[in-house]
Write a protein that binds this ligand. Structure first.
Ligand code: NAD
Ligand code: ZN
Ligand code: ZN
Length: 336
């Protein structure tokens, strides 16, 4: 089978011939139909973060495809079934986090396309318990972006405790942000969307964002303050300065949810203001299997729209360049 492999950090991916993987106990083999290109895959390939994958590795954690083989003991899935394979590739199921609905914080977790090989391949392995069935109504090319961009922003909106009437800042209308705009509205928020490209600002308008802010021309914090300040701000832009701006645009009692992970990203916050204003700064990492089920349920019910274009897996390096230059549609989806 063909797979796109990161040979070393900061190097272009190479298309390699690899054996089709064999399922171990509890695992399944999935024939890839669609694999979303999350900005995290670019961070992974660059070795951007304090904890790096071990090279060489196969990235990709928005993998959707058909189960072709079952390992010993797998009873929850059947061959021929369509599943989605997310970032949370495995969690222990017994620790305090797993037991309290926070499997995304499990210290024993494995991450698809990072600590274990991912979905940029014609076939990939998944733990059966963490491969989520995709409802029949959902096109695999739409299911793929929902598998990370969708579940992550859905969770961020929940973690930010968005309530009807809240002013919600969505900072960055890319793969994650274009879905965040929609979930914020589903939860009853009024949405202010910020980006720095004409295409993404147009997309925000198409998605009925209430306030559109071009950060090249205007200071988002000033615009938000003119509206009384944001109740919730979701940081999805791969840009350090955007977090400080989002923080500055909060109203008293506001919640800043950090999601984007720029290389060595930092945010310095004034203690006095944070205390006096009762501000919360919250980190949010992907979502649980239950969250992903809800995301699929909303999409199957016609409540969300996925903006994507497809590219062949073999053109993964060109696709990465498109994302980095802000040329890509909200999500690029790789096909085998
Ligand atoms: P993306 O490249 O598709 O989107 C980023 C968007 O931010 C683009 O539209 C870009 O134009 C915009 N942008 C850049 N600078 C900006 C600025 N100063 N102000 C406003 N907008 C700006 O990336 P993505 O796939 O949506 O991922 C975004 C980030 O989220 C990445 O760092 C990724 O690693 C991270 N991520 C985190 C989680 C998590 O669980 N916390 C999950 C998935 C992705
Ligand atoms: Zn992702
Ligand atoms: Zn655990």
């Amino acid at each position: 089978m063909r797979a796109a492999v990161v040979p070393g950090f900061g190097q272009p991916l190479v298309i390699e011939d690899r054996p089709v993987p064999e399922p171990g106990p509890g695992q399944v083999v999935v024939r890839m139909e669609a694999s979303g290109l999350c900005h995290t895959d670019i961070h992974a390939a660059n070795g951007d973060w304090p904890v790096t994958p071990t090279v060489p590795f196969i990235p990709g954690h928005e993998g959707v495809g058909i189960v072709t083989a079952l390992g010993d003991g797998v009873t929850s899935l059947k061959t021929g079934q369509r599943v989605a394979v997310p970032w949370l590739g495995y969690a222990c199921g017994t620790c305090r986090y797993c037991l309290t609905g926070w499997e995304t914080l499990c210290l024993s977790q494995q991450n698809t396309g990072y600590s274990v090989d991912g979905c940029y391949a014609e076939y990939f392995l998944a733990e059966a318990a963490f491969a989520t069935p995709v409802p029949d109504e959902i096109d695999p090319r739409e299911a793929a972006p929902l598998t990370c961009a969708g579940v992550t922003t859905y969770k961020a909106i929940k973690v930010g405790n968005v309530r009807p009437g809240d002013l919600v800042l969505v900072s960055g209308v890319g793969g994650l942000g274009h879905l965040a705009v929609q979930y914020a509205k589903i939860f009853g928020g009024t949405v202010a969307a910020v980006d720095i490209t004409d295409e993404k600002l147009a997309l925000a308008r198409e998605l009925d964002a209430d306030i559109i802010i071009d950060a090249r021309a205007d200071d988002p914090a000033e615009v938000l303050r003119a509206h009384g300040g944001a109740d919730v701000a979701v940081g999805l832009a791969v840009d350090d300065k955007s977090f400080a701006t989002a923080y500055a645009g909060l109203r008293r009692g506001g919640r800043l949810v950090l999601v984007a992970l720029p290389a060595s990203g930092t945010l310095s916050i004034p203690v006095f203001d944070t205390v006096l204003n009762g501000t919360s700064v919250i980190g949010s990492i992907v979502g649980t299997r239950a969250d992903l089920n809800e995301v699929f349920g909303l999409h199957a019910a016609g409540r969300t729209r996925v903006s994507y274009e497809t590219r062949p897996l073999a053109e993964v390096n060109e696709a990465i360049a498109e994302v980095l230059h802000g040329k890509a549609r909200a999500r690029l989806v790789l096909e085998p």
